[in-house]
Design a binder for this molecule. Structure first.
Ligand code: DQA
Length: 148
């Protein structure tokens, strides 16, 4: 089973970006922890981060065919990128949306996700562990649906 782990704009600065909101781990550290958990579940993970909407879409289009699910933190694109939403919908893979912070308890503009309604789930406000929970949930879902 292979999952794509995708992080959007500004998540490359995790560790030093508003640590009181996003935590102290770097993205590399989070990716390593996800890879570790994935190995235990015999899941292969392809990680990708970009600050560019189009690059994220290109990655999904290039990789989706060989993958079974997507874990994605779209960053601020969550709140307005219909192009990213379309790419996620079009690729046909189940995806789980992850947010380190609780987007429902912050500024009003962060409360709405333009992709949550087509996601298999949304995990928000659980810090880096949210990525692990997304991995577990997605692995269970893909197995349940016999899509391995
Ligand atoms: C975020 C929340 C978004 O509103 C924000 O723009 C981010 C990170 C989170 O992980 O909490 O870049 O997705």
């Amino acid at each position: 089973m292979r999952f794509l782990l995708i992080n959007g704009p500004n998540l490359n600065t995790l560790g030093k970006r508003q640590p009181h909101i996003y935590g102290t781990l770097t993205l590399k550290e989070i990716e390593a922890r996800v890879a570790e958990r994935a190995a235990e579940r015999r899941v292969e993970v392809r990680s990708f981060q970009s600050n560019h909407e189009g690059a994220l879409i290109d990655f999904i289009q290039a990789e989706a065919e060989e993958a079974q699910g997507i874990i994605i933190n779209p960053g601020a694109l969550t709140h307005y990128s219909l192009a990213l939403r379309d790419a996620l919908e079009d690729c046909g893979l189940p995806f789980i949306e992850v947010h380190l912070s609780d987007i429902h308890a912050r500024e009003p503009f962060r409360r709405h996700s333009v992709m949550a309604d087509i996601a298999a789930g949304q995990i928000s406000g659980q810090g880096w562990e949210g990525y692990l929970r997304a991995l577990d949930a997605l692995a269970a879902l893909v197995k349940e649906e016999g899509r391995e």
